[in-house]
Design a protein around this ligand. Structure first.
Ligand SMILES: *Cc1c(COP(=O)(O)O)cnc(C)c1O
Length: 554
């Protein structure tokens, strides 16, 4: 593809697109020299890419995103090749990686994206090299049956059906235990898509909502409004799904949580009663339980929600995008008790299965439930075929199942148990360290491996309890300002990264409280590192913000 134009002198040599060279890139690496270079460049990718990543872990101001954007403003595709492969790889390693975010650092504890085992690079490379398309058997063959097998493995982890069940369904072309998606967002969307269609199925003279649309379905079933209920800590992907499915994101009804950020069962029952008694006819399409809220890592009372849904015949979806893999821990798996009663469950592969970006999954207890979204085409996905694209929101799709299946083989559920337990126990140890320091206030103690806290000196915590409404408001505003800025200062200094969110807490007098949010999933993160992070926050506070508090004579 890339050869020098022979009519030019060395200094003005231009790369030209050349058919013969191009063909060689489709058959094999251009030549022996290129092969050597390809191998040579696999080395830093496998072993050293992290050392090329910025030594800073956050989005620092060292080089601002604005300055970077200045360098990326050319929208023209060059007609001629600009660079040889070797130069492109060097460029990525030396000019892109240092300005990307070192999410693998043990000091990066702000988000659900973290270090992954090194073998993921190998597995990802293999799936790229095989380049199977699991939308249909004709472009994937054995990979489609591997996918059905791994789907059954995770289905079993969640729903614990018996051998006979899995014998019947594991390779059954007519049934579906779940499917791989782009991520948790599309997994949730798929689940609610199925729930919506199941709520308004075909009947005499009506071909179903999928065929005739929402208006016709609501008319046929005498409904004015379809609603979905979830705790107010539900992930925003659920709003997107409700918008996309025509349900309307305003009809995703938030239900209040208790002091531990878990869906309040009384409130849920009350909300259902209100909806049922409202003027106009409402239909509850689904109730959603969360196994690991994104902000605080808490788990809804899954068992109790299941009973309510069973009694009312409502589709029960559990968003376990984050917490699902906790099921592999003998010690903490019981926290998800009741998950086996769900109709559908979302789990992300790129979160606590430690897979590379991106992989989501959705599972259905009833292997026929996904029939509600079955699509056939004349040239693929014929009825009765093993084509996985028949029941799937995506079309063409990579073979993520190979990565997950291989990972399960390399790690065993015991390997994942070690990671899960380490995360939860490190979070608990971190909570203890926070409590030891009078400058900090633990806001949500960890149930899984996520916790939130803020800077709020002990004497102010005490003052807060007896203060007037107005004083409380002022104190809280000041604290919010301070915490927001400390988070930013720390991020910009680039030694460590915690994220920030705002929680509405009844317990703290119904205030919106800015908190630091920490996700402890990197196995290299330990108590020493966490204390370094707290030390740094104390330093920033003492240096820049202490005076604000004393100036206001708090
Ligand atoms: C991350 C997350 C999602 C969304 O998943 P993506 O993979 O980012 O699309 C949904 N729900 C919960 C609870 C999550 O933590």
């Amino acid at each position: 593809m890339i050869t020098a134009d022979k009519n030019m002198t060395a200094s003005q040599q231009q790369l030209v697109a050349d058919w013969q060279t191009l063909l060689r890139t489709f058959i094999k690496p251009e030549n022996e020299a290129t092969k050597t270079i390809l191998l040579k460049y696999m080395e830093p990718i496998l072993f050293g890419l992290h050392s090329f990543l910025n030594k800073h872990v956050g989005i620092t101001e060292e080089v601002s995103i604005k300055d970077l954007a200045e360098q990326y403003k050319n929208s023209r595709i060059n007609p001629y090749p600009e660079k040889k492969l070797a130069d492109v790889i060097t460029d990525l390693i030396e000019n892109i990686a240092p300005y990307a975010v070192n999410i693998a650092s043990p000091y990066f504890i702000g988000h659900m994206t973290s270090a992954i085992p090194f073998f993921m690079v190998h597995l990802k490379t293999i799936t790229a090299a095989l380049n199977q398309n699991v939308v249909k058997l004709e472009t994937s063959k054995v990979v489609s049956v591997v996918e059905k097998q791994v789907l059954a493995k995770i289905h079993r982890l969640i729903f614990q059906k018996d051998d006979a069940f899995y014998d019947e369904h594991i390779q059954n072309p007519d049934t579906t235990l779940g499917c791989f998606t782009d991520g948790g967002t599309l997994a949730n969307t798929t689940a609610l898509w199925v729930a919506r269609n199941a709520a308004m199925p075909p009947t005499d003279g009506f071909q179903g909502i999928e065929a005739e649309g929402l208006m016709a379905a609501y008319r046929r079933y005498g409904i004015d409004r379809g609603v979905i209920l979830v705790s107010r800590l539900g992930h925003y992907s659920l709003s997107k799904a409700c918008g996309l499915l025509g349900i309307g994101n305003q009809n995703l009804i938030p239900v209040d949580v208790d002091s531990r950020n878990k869906l309040n069962i009384k409130e849920l029952k009350q909300a259902i009663r209100t909806i049922e008694n409202e003027k106009g006819r409402n239909k509850i399409i689904a109730v959603i339980g969360i196994a690991g809220t994104t902000e605080t890592g808490n788990i809804d009372p899954l068992d109790q929600i299941a009973d309510i849904c069973a009694e009312k015949g409502i589709h029960y979806h559990i968003d376990a995008a984050w917490g699902g893999p906790t099921l592999m821990s003998e010690k903490y798996g019981c926290l998800l008790k009741g998950i086996e009663k769900a109709d559908s469950v979302t789990i992300d592969g790129h979160k606590q299965f430690y897979m590379p970006m991106t992989c989501g999954m959705v599972y259905f207890k009833d292997p026929h439930k996904m029939d509600y979204i079955a699509y056939h085409a004349r040239y693929v996905n014929r009825p009765g075929s093993v084509d996985l694209g028949i029941r799937s929101l995506s079309g063409s799709r990579e073979a993520n199942s190979l990565i997950l299946d291989s990972t399960l083989k390399i790690m065993g559920s015991k390997g994942f148990e070690l990671l899960i337990d380490h995360g939860i126990e490190t979070a608990k140890a971190f909570a203890k360290e926070i409590k030891k320091r009078p400058l900090f206030q633990l806001i949500s103690p960890p149930e899984l491996n996520i916790l939130t806290y803020r800077i709020c000196p002990l004497y102010i915590q005490e003052k807060f309890l007896t203060a007037s409404q107005q004083e409380r408001h002022e104190i809280n505003e000041t604290l919010n300002y301070i915490n927001q800025h400390i988070q930013r200062c720390q991020r910009e200094a680039g030694h460590s990264f915690v994220s920030r969110t705002t929680l509405h807490l009844k317990r703290l007098f119904n205030r919106d409280i800015v908190v630091f949010r920490c996700v402890l999933m990197n196995p290299m993160t330990d108590t020493k590192i966490l204390n370094d992070i707290l030390d740094e926050q104390e330093e920033i506070f003492n240096h820049y913000f202490k005076d604000i508090l004393s100036a206001r004579s708090y």
